[in-house]
Design a protein around this ligand. Structure first.
Ligand code: BG6
Length: 485
């Protein structure tokens, strides 16, 4: 057990969709790791709720199997597992009917503790669940609801969802998850920017030539084709995860690290985004190989025009960033699973070493995954005789090396976020107005694609995306950074 962890107060966490994929892969393993870390009070209860006919013992077997399959963390020793499972129970429940609600009320009744409802279900059920939680008197004043993405599929549906939730809960009770905000390096981005004096004076268009944000995946859509084909990379990744990375990179320093101040600043960034021109957006769809199916081979619709890749040149119309473009890209079946934010600084104003010295630029790279860390590219003299030749070398801080054994203590995004829900800290969750503003920016792009009726550009599996995405930067005299593991 880790001593520096502050135990959370006792809580009841109800997971609607408790036998679903997210519960299996992420929520239950994350809770188990927090249990092992000593953060979950022995009185805390996790209640799985779903339609399937299970009893407590059946749910514990389900959780045991899930943890066995998805928790590869050695620190979570098997000896804790039985104790953890003892804190789990299950209710068979119908989100759209009355079945199970009496049993859930009886379970929760009288317990004076933090109460959280995790909506690990499709957005179509959010309203039904919220209505029944309220109707059964389960919505205590400080009860929390956690909702997963996708939060709508456009501005209109996101507004409707927000209105539906607002009928039953106050905004301070609603936790909209974007798991990228729970990633350690993403939070580190704020630490780097706002806890060091070094970077902030340079963090503007006077010194920064451009910024690249890449979230590249090597896997395809796999078994999620049904969902993904209706979403595409713009809705699945750009509107939420990449938008959040963009906000944290570009925002003004908040007055303090609290939910209002941080989210106010992020919202200002989204509102300052200039509408994207169609020529500044490229979408692509992966082709197959001898051994791997193409995108169309993985989804039901053989003629699908859904994009599995998108690249955008975004512009932020404010004093800090006018003239500094943000190039954003994400896609599946790319060369590697590699995500990073690269801040590319401008050339030195004058080279005293002459034109032979070549072009050298400082690049600050924040690596999200894999090998989380920060790298600062600096230019130095190449060692040895023969005049002043310059080379670029990385000042590399890979967290696992810099932090030693402590790096193992870094919680997974879901661990962090679930505990923030229990603690009542909304800083790393999206506020309703933020989500709507993000849709407001992405909707016109999606509408224009639909109206133009042009298919996405094909790209080879294992490549860096379609040629048009490369051209998006080449025409500005810039180039994408290499996607490497
Ligand atoms: C999810 C998307 O939100 O994020 C997936 O729906 C994507 O399509 C995943 O693969 C990427 O998350 P991570 O943490 O693996 O980078």
């Amino acid at each position: 057990m880790v001593s520096r962890v502050i135990p959370a107060q006792p809580f009841d966490l109800v997971i609607f969709g408790g036998t679903g994929d997210l519960a299996r892969r992420k929520i239950l393993p994350a809770l188990f790791r927090r249990f092992c870390a000593g953060q979950m009070d022995p009185q805390a209860r996790v209640i799985g709720a779903a339609r399937g006919d299970l009893d407590d013992a059946g749910y514990r077997d389900f959780a045991r199997a899930a943890i066995g399959e998805f928790d590869d963390d050695v620190c979570c020793a098997a000896e804790h597992l039985d104790a953890f499972l003892g804190q789990l129970s299950y209710v068979t429940l119908d989100a759209r009917g009355d079945e199970g609600w009496g049993a859930l009320s009886a379970l929760l009744d009288g317990a004076d503790r933090i109460r959280a409802f995790y909506f690990s279900v499709g957005p179509g059920l959010f309203g039904d669940l919220a209505t029944r939680i309220e109707a059964h008197g389960l919505a205590t004043p400080d009860a929390r609801v956690v909702v997963e993405k996708p939060f709508g599929r456009d501005l209109a549906s996101a507004r409707a969802l927000n209105a539906e939730l607002a009928r039953h809960f106050d905004e301070t009770q609603i936790y909209r998850i974007d798991h990228y905000l729970g990633k350690e390096t993403v939070q580190n981005l704020m630490a780097i920017r706002f806890a060091n004096t070094l970077f902030e004076p340079l963090w503007n268009s006077q010194y920064v030539d451009h910024i690249q944000i890449t979230v590249a995946e090597s896997g395809g859509v796999g078994t999620r084709g049904g969902y993904y084909d209706k979403a595409g990379a713009m809705r699945d990744m750009m509107q939420n995860h990449i938008m959040q990375l963009l906000c944290l990179t570009a925002m003004e320093p908040p007055a303090k690290y609290d939910p209002h101040a941080v989210r106010d600043e992020k919202l200002k960034v989204i509102r300052a985004l200039s509408p994207a021109q169609l020529g500044d957006v490229v979408r692509g769809q992966y082709e197959g190989t001898d051994s791997l199916p193409s995108y169309r081979g993985e989804v039901e619709d053989q003629d699908s025009t859904t994009e599995s890749f998108v690249a955008v040149k975004a512009r932020i119309g404010n004093w800090r960033w006018a003239g500094t473009p943000f190039y954003l890209r994400t896609g599946k079946r790319l060369r590697a699973r590699a995500s990073e934010i690269a801040v590319v600084f401008k050339d030195a104003p004058h080279s005293i070493f002459g034109s032979d010295a070549g072009r050298h630029r400082n690049i600050l790279t924040i690596r999200l995954q894999p090998n989380e860390g920060i790298e600062m590219g600096v230019t130095i003299k190449e060692p040895g005789p023969g005049g002043m030749r310059l080379i670029d070398v990385p000042l590399d801080m890979t967290f696992s090396e810099a932090l030693g054994p402590d790096a193992d203590l870094v919680p997974d995004a879901y661990e962090r976020l679930i505990m923030d829900v229990i603690r009542g800290d909304q800083t790393l969750f999206m506020r309703g107005d933020e989500v709507e503003a993000a849709w407001e920016w992405t909707d016109p792009i999606i509408d224009a694609w639909e109206a133009s009726n042009t298919p996405p550009c094909p790209y080879a599996t294992g490549s860096a995306g379609p040629d048009d995405a490369l051209a998006l930067m080449h025409r500005d005299g810039r180039r994408w950074r290499e996607i490497k593991p």
